[in-house]
Write a protein that binds this ligand. Structure first.
Ligand code: HEC
Ligand code: HEC
Ligand code: HEC
Ligand code: HEC
Length: 466
């Protein structure tokens, strides 16, 4: 059985060379901390764009060359104004709908016996396009994941947002989605890249031919071709934008979302089985001759041989980062996860224990949103990731994949902060880790461990000069 494809997206990730704006950025970061605290959590309860009752106007409304469709960015405008060009030419979201017309989508639709072709089916349109509650005639689902799919239906803010005196905050008041706020952004991206109770790539859809979903907020944020620039002006208008914070909140929101699906009476089950995508794909999808089960150390993950493991890779990451940033919460979360894994094996009340994990994940998201992740913790976190791996924590593909993406985010940030030096050595180290993840079905935990051992000195040595 062929289960999943390798994380292509993550393959492209590498440490970047820092720009000269770094120092200004650091100073501003400090200055704006207060502002940031004010933002954190401000808009948590914001309605997602496709659930908003406001009317969607359509990409044409944003695309004029005087607005967001300029070929080159304009000097003197706080935003680049070439957003439409970047999106339509480079961003995969612009072609998300047209994918629904390809051979693979036709096969998925046929295998599922959908009454309509994929591009006319709501279950596909809901993620591969902006499918809003109300729309003006100029809006077309064929535009794919459009501006308003992320920034919210524009009817109430379109005129006001270019008026003198308009601020980001006033725009949000008029229905602009707060995509600059990490918690709100995580909910937005994950609504399509993980799914919600309303739209979800089930195991049936995957078995019909849909790729496995692989996502990590920070990695995907930097992979999306940027149509905005985080410069001094941006920081002043919108506050700090910190890679590790984005990673951390992404993990917390992903865990909470996974539990929502698990506990949803409609989504969490499919016939006599639970929804299989909530479990480790490779618990089932591996050759029987490959007898590889062994106890997994002290990570609260291990249940007995022959049981289907929950995909707890996000929980493993969240536990690790909380242990570094908020040890008491990390301990509580770790034991809640261990108890959930026990309950999955029949020891304890599943609903109760799953809710306990979700409550703590929500609390973690709120805390990280309010206070961020201190730069002092980053190296310790990267080392803990490596050392957990050396102790055998990443016995499954999903966990190793999350660990590699997390290391990418952390190492990038450490490099930007000047705490790790040689981009070339770091990039090679990250590429070596990813090479072990290229083919999920032939993933060898021992091989990944060996690469982690080689990687360790790169993060262990302060200000490494290699
Ligand atoms: C919960 C949201 C969601 C739903 C529902 C969904 N998709 Fe997807 N689909 C995605 C995302 C996100 C990706 C990209 C995965 C990645 O690259 O990490 C994707 C990828 C794909 C791809 C592969 C694209 C490529 O670049 O090769 C195809 C084909 C596809 N989807 C078709 C469909 C069809 C057909 C349906 C309806 C039966 C559907 N999808 C339903 C979110 C969704
Ligand atoms: C997949 C989601 C997504 C899509 C699609 C998208 N954006 Fe964005 N956009 C973002 C994110 C994330 C940011 C950065 C956070 C922020 O500033 O709100 C952003 C930022 C912006 C900014 C703010 C720049 C600044 O300096 O403040 C503008 C303007 C913008 N986008 C316009 C557009 C336009 C126009 C389109 C369509 C052509 C578009 N976006 C499509 C996610 C998206
Ligand atoms: C309305 C649904 C939707 C939302 C919201 C959304 N995406 Fe996507 N995204 C998709 C789909 C569908 C694809 C697959 C397109 C393809 O493969 O061509 C995709 C593809 C991507 C890719 C390309 C992945 C690859 O394999 O190359 C990146 C990066 C990405 N999204 C990042 C983000 C980020 C960051 C956010 C939040 C700011 C976001 N997306 C929000 C639906 C969405
Ligand atoms: C509890 C066991 C189990 C888990 C967990 C599981 N699957 Fe499956 N999967 C199956 C079974 C059983 C089939 C049906 C096999 C058949 O028809 O021969 C299947 C079929 C598939 C197929 C179609 C294979 C074919 O022969 O066409 C794909 C693709 C797939 N699964 C992907 C996944 C992905 C991706 C995950 C994780 C997100 C996953 N599965 C998790 C048991 C599982």
């Amino acid at each position: 059985m062929s289960a999943a494809r390798p994380p292509e997206a993550a393959q492209h990730r590498s440490a970047q060379h820092e720009g000269s704006a770094l120092n200004t950025l650091k100073q501003l970061t400090a200055l704006l901390l207060g502002l940031l605290l004010a933002w954190g959590g401000a808009a948590n309860a914001q309605t997602l764009p496709d659930k908003s009752r406001d009317k969607t106007l359509g990409v044409v409304t944003c695309a004029s060359s005087l607005c967001h469709g300029s070929i080159a960015g304009w000097n003197g405008s706080p935003v680049t104004q070439n957003e439409y060009v970047v999106w339509s030419r480079l961003d995969k979201h612009a072609r998300a709908y047209s994918l629904l017309l390809n051979e693979r989508s036709r096969r998925i639709a046929a295998n599922l016996a959908l009454p309509q072709p994929a591009h006319h089916s709501r279950i596909c349109q809901d993620c591969h396009a902006h499918n809003p509650v109300a729309a003006a005639p100029a809006h077309s689902v064929a535009d794919g994941v459009s501006c308003e799919a992320c920034h919210g239906p524009a009817t109430r803010w379109i005129a006001a947002h270019t008026e003198p005196g308009a601020t980001h905050r006033s725009n949000i008041g008029n229905g602009l989605y707060p995509s600059a706020e990490p918690l709100a952004r995580a909910k937005l991206c994950l609504s399509c890249h993980f799914g919600t109770s309303d739209k979800y790539v089930t195991h049936r859809i995957m078995a019909a031919g849909h790729p496995r979903m692989s996502f990590e907020m920070e990695t995907f944020t930097s992979l999306q071709p940027a149509h905005f620039k985080v410069d001094a002006d941006y920081l002043q208008r919108k506050g700090n934008f910190d890679g590790v914070k984005v990673w951390a909140i992404g993990q917390a929101v992903a865990v909470a979302t996974q539990i929502d699906i698990l506990l949803d009476p409609k989504r969490g089950r499919d016939g006599v089985f639970p929804e299989l995508t909530l479990f480790d794909c490779h618990a089932c999808h591996h050759p029987m001759a490959d007898t590889r089960w062994k106890p997994v150390g002290n990570f609260g993950r291990s249940i007995s041989p022959g049981l289907v493991r929950l995909n707890d890779s996000g929980m493993l990451m969240l536990r690790l980062l909380l242990r570094q940033t908020d040890p008491p919460l990390g301990e509580r979360f770790g034991s809640a996860v261990a108890q959930l894994n026990q309950a999955m094996a029949g020891n304890g009340d599943l609903g109760e224990r799953a809710l306990a994990v979700k409550t703590l994940a929500d609390e973690a998201a709120r805390r990280i949103s309010a206070s961020g992740v201190s730069n002092d913790n980053l190296r310790a976190m990267a080392l803990a990731l490596v050392d957990d791996g050396l102790a055998g924590a990443y016995s499954d593909y999903a966990a190793a994949e999350q660990a590699a993406m997390a290391l990418g985010s952390l190492v990038n940030t450490l490099h930007k902060l000047g705490q790790l030096k040689s981009a070339a050595a770091l990039n090679k180290g990250l590429a070596d880790l990813r090479a072990a993840l290229r083919f999920d079905e032939s993933f060898k935990p021992v091989d990944f461990q060996a690469r982690l051992r080689t990687f360790r000195p790169l993060v262990a040595t302060p200000l490494a000069t290699r």
